[in-house]
Design a protein around this ligand. Structure first.
Ligand code: MGD
Ligand code: MGD
Ligand code: MO
Length: 760
């Protein structure tokens, strides 16, 4: 294991270290020749989509449309290492449970369909047809509403469409999805406000904005290709305001590894012009404070006979609810805003001044805004701020949720939802002629509650690592173990696969880098990025094993075995994915011309009505939506209480741990760390490198017994009253019942804890 250390260097994001890290990742996982070939094909027309994040591709593409972390994701999938039946024969599940997450996935790609054998406590190879028949027979024996169909966001549009078709013909709407842990507050919060649940911007808008406000997002690690755009924004003199409790390297300065000049000069470009370390959970207070300043400035200007600050014409013609919003924000006392946000009134006034001066503003945001009990309302406050100055539906303006998994948005677009609307139900029934269940099903928290409470019989996982990604392993793990059936469709071994139910199957599938050969020849799949661009992805590598199936073929195999009288011609659809796309187009008319359009370089943009100021809300307007209160002071008089936020390191992809370094935060060779600021460390009587224990508290501040011991203190610049550590290790501290009631997203970013110095 690597030597662990803490070293706070002053290196900009990107630069030679990013280039080196990328080289190391390639070197460790695969041979050089393939690496060069794929690097130039990734994220290009005719190539494959990066299995990393959902950031859009440039069109025309850059010569190398790839970043350090995309390279890690790709090499992790295109590795030459293999997890074979021989491996499983040698290691019992009991033994593998003792391995760390990194070591499990680092065994490489799964090669054969496997079935768990309780007598030997091992996974054993099984023929695909046998496995499908057994799974089908089991599924036939359950009431469909007791079965949960999880989707992780790497799944292609085609596989996701077939998967929801299978689930609905089988008879349920239980579609928990990784976006339930991620951007559900976007999908739920934006539609009542602006009529669509997606970003209203495209890459072109980034080139035209005067101000970009980034809230709770760490692009240096999670969307590194975005840094190129932030750099351009900064270089042309536009402002970037970062609102984040942690001072994140990737928002401060950057050297693009693709820029030879900057690499040689070592002259980074400054990114955020202004950085505010808001308190964890303080975003709504901050936004209300900013809106208060903007409205007061507007009213003062009008009283003094000066030009309006607000876009009065836009508000009058396009919006509803302004008066209620005005009354709400003017009523919040400044001392409360300061207390909850942790920022001084003068700082909030400074943000408001930048917003007032800017002609065109974009707000982008990530998990720091969504993963809260008030996640949905946080997003709606951002929209309110934008609407005040008509900053939606004009070039250079808009709202930009920065999505996670590379196709998490597309999966939702093609029907992965627990709440099918009338159009989806009607079109599916028209196309296929079976009755679509009308009762709403389960999203992620509801399905895990059903599993934990013994109401569910079976769990099918299309990718992902649900048991570890969800909160509360103390409840999830026993729940999953008590299921009658679990089927995991994945590429690499993870801890969910080792959480054994009565009948457990592991189905290995092709990754996006691999050639997908079906009866009708080589197939492309499609994905939708964070800005609604849909394009094709063609795998280029030989499959990791001849026994792999595509995700589409696995869904079809299970569906045929479960539904012998299916109305769907599964074999025909998987023989030629164009036919799946024809069906998608029928069910979702916004895909008109789907097959033709994906053959154009760069793909096509799904129309976003709000971006054209067409508001598909019940009242036909963009709505200012009032949030009750501003969250309470998290510490509420108890100075030993902290708000724990759980983050990604630079060396992980969700539950996939690539390595033990978090270069931008100065951590090397370990993950058991707790970030706090210097004053809080002093208050606790600990110094950097000391060990602390943390324990989760319930809402009333009582200890819950859920703890993480022996975390190493890392002192960094961050808001007070807060601490941060990595997920998934911290997930058992997150209470499954602590979620946003509007969207169901777990409050991963605000866990009440107590910290104590570990006894020597
Ligand atoms: N390399 C890599 N890329 C990824 C992923 C990965 O794991 N690795 N994951 C993918 C996925 S699925 C997703 S959803 C995205 C996630 O990408 P991000 O949204 O960037 O996710 P996080 O790292 O969880 O957290 C983002 C930031 O929120 C800040 N934060 C924490 N609490 C608060 C708060 O209360 N208020 C504010 N304003 N900020 C807060 C943290 O300091 C952190 O900088 O990235 C995607 N891309
Ligand atoms: N505390 C805390 N918890 C969190 C978060 C947080 O910020 N804090 N973030 C949440 C978020 S935003 C998300 S999106 C979830 C992530 O939750 P998931 O999406 O469930 O988890 P991943 O870690 O992305 O899944 C990794 C596994 O996916 C499989 N896989 C990889 N590629 C493919 C493929 O092409 N096809 C198939 N079928 N399988 C594949 C591999 O077997 C791999 O082990 O975690 C959530 N959990
Ligand atoms: Mo995510």
């Amino acid at each position: 294991m690597a030597h662990s250390k803490i070293h706070h260097g002053h290196y900009p994001a990107g630069g030679w270290l990013a280039a080196k890290a990328l080289g190391d990742a390639f070197h460790e996982q695969m041979n050089m020749r393939e690496e060069i070939k794929i690097m130039f094909e990734m994220n290009k027309p005719g190539g494959f989509d990066c299995p990393g994040c959902a950031w859009p591709d440039a069109n025309p593409p850059h010569p190398v449309e790839m970043c350090e972390n995309g390279g890690k994701a790709m090499s992790w999938e295109a590795t030459s290492k293999r997890t074979t039946p021989e491996f499983f024969a040698k290691h019992t599940v009991g033994e593998l449970l003792g391995w760390c997450d990194y070591d499990l996935e680092n065994e490489g790609r799964l090669t054969h369909p496997m079935k768990y054998d309780a007598v030997s406590d091992t996974y054993q190879a099984v023929e695909w047809d046998t496995a499908f028949a057994e799974v089908g027979a089991l599924l036939q024996s359950y009431a469909p509403e007791t079965v949960e169909f999880y989707t992780s966001g790497r799944t292609s549009n085609e596989a996701a469409f077939l998967y929801q078709l299978f689930g609905r013909e089988y008879g349920h709407n239980n579609f928990p999805d990784c976006s339930n842990m991620c951007h559900e507050p976007t999908s739920v919060g934006l539609p009542p406000a602006i009529g669509v649940g997606k970003a209203t911007i495209t890459l072109d808008d980034l080139a035209e904005c005067d101000l970009l406000i980034s809230i709770g997002h760490n692009p240096g690690t999670n969307h590194p290709r975005m840094l190129t755009y932030l750099r351009e924004i900064s270089r042309r003199g536009a402002k970037i305001v970062a609102i984040n409790p942690l001072k994140e390297r990737g928002l401060i300065d950057f050297i693009p590894p693709q820029s030879p000049m900057q690499m040689v000069d070592f002259q980074p470009t400054k990114l955020a012009s202004d950085y505010y370390t808001v308190r964890v959970g303080g975003d709504a207070a901050l936004l209300k404070g900013v809106m208060r300043c903007v409205i007061e400035a507007h009213e003062a200007a009008l009283a003094a006979g000066q030009p309006a600050v607000l876009d009065e014409a836009f508000i009058a013609e396009h919006t509803s609810g302004y008066e209620a919003l005005r009354a709400d924000v003017l009523a919040v006392p400044w001392d409360k805003i300061e207390q909850v946000s942790g920022l001084a009134r003068s700082q909030i006034e400074a943000i408001a001044r930048l917003y007032i001066e800017a002609e065109r503003t974009i707000i982008c945001y990530g998990m720091g805004a969504t993963q809260h009990e008030s996640g949905t309302q946080n997003i709606q406050q951002m929209v309110n701020l934008l609407l005040l100055k008509g900053n939606i539906g004009r070039p250079g303006t808009g709202i930009s949720p920065v999505r996670g998994h590379s196709n998490v948005q597309g999966d939702r677009t093609v029907g992965i939802t627990e709440k099918p609307n009338a159009a989806l139900i009607g079109n599916l029934e028209k196309r296929y002629g079976f009755d679509v269940p009308k009762t709403w099903g389960h999203a992620a928290v509801a399905s895990m509650q059903a599993i934990a409470e013994g109401r569910a019989k079976a769990l099918i996982c299309m990718g992902g690592n649900l048991v570890m990604a969800m909160p509360d392993q103390s409840r999830c793990i026993p729940g999953v173990k008590s299921l009658d059936l679990a089927v995991h469709i994945g590429t690499k071994l993870n801890r969910s696969h080792l959480t054994i139910s009565k009948n457990t199957y592991l189905f290995p599938v092709l990754g996006r880098t691999e050639i997908d050969r079906q009866a009708g020849g080589e197939q492309a799949v499609t994905v939708e990025d964070s800005m609604s661009m849909v394009h094709a992805s063609w795998g280029k590598l030989e499959p990791a094993s001849p026994h792999l199936k595509s995700e589409c073929a696995v869904v079809a195999g299970m569906a045929k075995a479960t539904l012998p009288d299916s109305k769907v011609d599964w074999d025909k659809l998987i023989g030629n994915y164009d036919l799946i796309r024809d069906d998608i187009e029928f069910v979702f008319p916004e895909f008109a011309g789907f097959n033709e359009k994906i053959r154009r370089p760069g793909g096509f943009h799904l129309r976003n009505a709000a971006a054209e100021r067409e508001w598909n809300t019940p009242n036909g307007k963009a709505n200012f939506l009032v949030m009750d209160g501003i969250n309470e002071d998290p510490r509420a008089g108890d100075s030993s209480r902290f708000s724990l936020t759980t983050l990604r390191s630079h060396d992980q992809y969700n539950t996939t741990v690539y390595g033990l370094d978090d270069r931008y935060r100065g951590v090397y060779g370990m993950r058991n760390v707790l970030f706090i600021n210097a004053a809080e460390a002093a208050g606790l009587g600990v110094a950097e490198g000391d060990k602390v224990n943390i324990e989760a508290l319930d809402k009333a501040g009582r200890p819950t017994g859920r703890r993480l011991d022996g975390l190493v203190v890392v002192v960094i610049e961050m808001a007070d009253r807060a601490a941060a550590t990595y997920f998934p290790e911290a997930n058992d501290l997150v209470d499954l019942e602590n979620f946003d009631k509007a969207s169901g997203i777990p409050a991963y970013k605000n866990v009440p804890i107590r910290i104590e110095k570990a006894p020597a």
